[in-house]
Write a protein that binds this ligand. Sequence first.
Ligand SMILES: Nc1ncnc2c1ncn2[C@@H]1O[C@H](COP(=O)(O)OP(=O)(O)OP(=O)(O)O)[C@@H](O)[C@H]1O
Length: 219
Amino acid sequence: MIEFDNVSKSFWSGTQRKVILDRASFRVEPGNSLGILAPNGTGKTTIIKMMAGMEKPDEGTIRRTSRISFPLGFMGGIAGKHTANENARYIARLYSLDPDYVEGFCRWLADIGEYFDQPMSIWSSGMKARFSLALMLALEFDIYLVDEGMPTSTDVEFNRKAGMILRERLAKGTMVIVSHQPKTLEKFCRTAAVLRNGQLYMFDSLEEAKRLYDYKAHG
Ligand SMILES: Nc1ncnc2c1ncn2[C@@H]1O[C@H](COP(=O)(O)OP(=O)(O)OP(=O)(O)O)[C@@H](O)[C@H]1O
């Protein structure tokens, strides 16, 4: 479970305070994949980072009682001067997993040939996106965090394989996905929320969330 209790977060832009959350309380329960709808620039990435423990709240408490992934596409834990082989093995050890398994899985899924054994700093952004998703899928989590703004791959075969494994993982796990488009959430989420004026409004269905989202956007 991820629980936000009276959480506030804002940034100072230089001229004004940008409020992301204002004493917001909500929970993400395992088994109940959640889609969060919010317009661009309103705090989707910040909320995902807070769920991952990468960004601290200004006030309030965030409790995590499940194995929670890093955000899909996050490359901050990867050292560009090292090869994917070295990075995969190092991260496997951090998670107390078999380095041979994690390396083999990433090598197979990312499928980038000899580049896997070359420094990642020379890779294309598509290759990095493939490795990052492969790495997330190699490690098992209870809750997967997905930010629609993260880099993605356009490789059809990779997307087919990764999509198949993601569906397998989600059969047992839970996803939190943030997006500005209801369509992105349709495939994955049972429940949905709308981020508005520093509060997260929870709904039992995406349809209900869309009504508030569309009303605020166009009404
Ligand atoms: N470290 C920071 N310092 C100052 N302002 C920040 C910081 N991080 C984010 N912001 C600001 O907070 C607001 C929300 O940013 P965030 O990236 O969370 O939004 P988003 O909804 O994910 O945006 P997008 O849809 O454009 O990716 C933006 O105005 C952004 O400029």
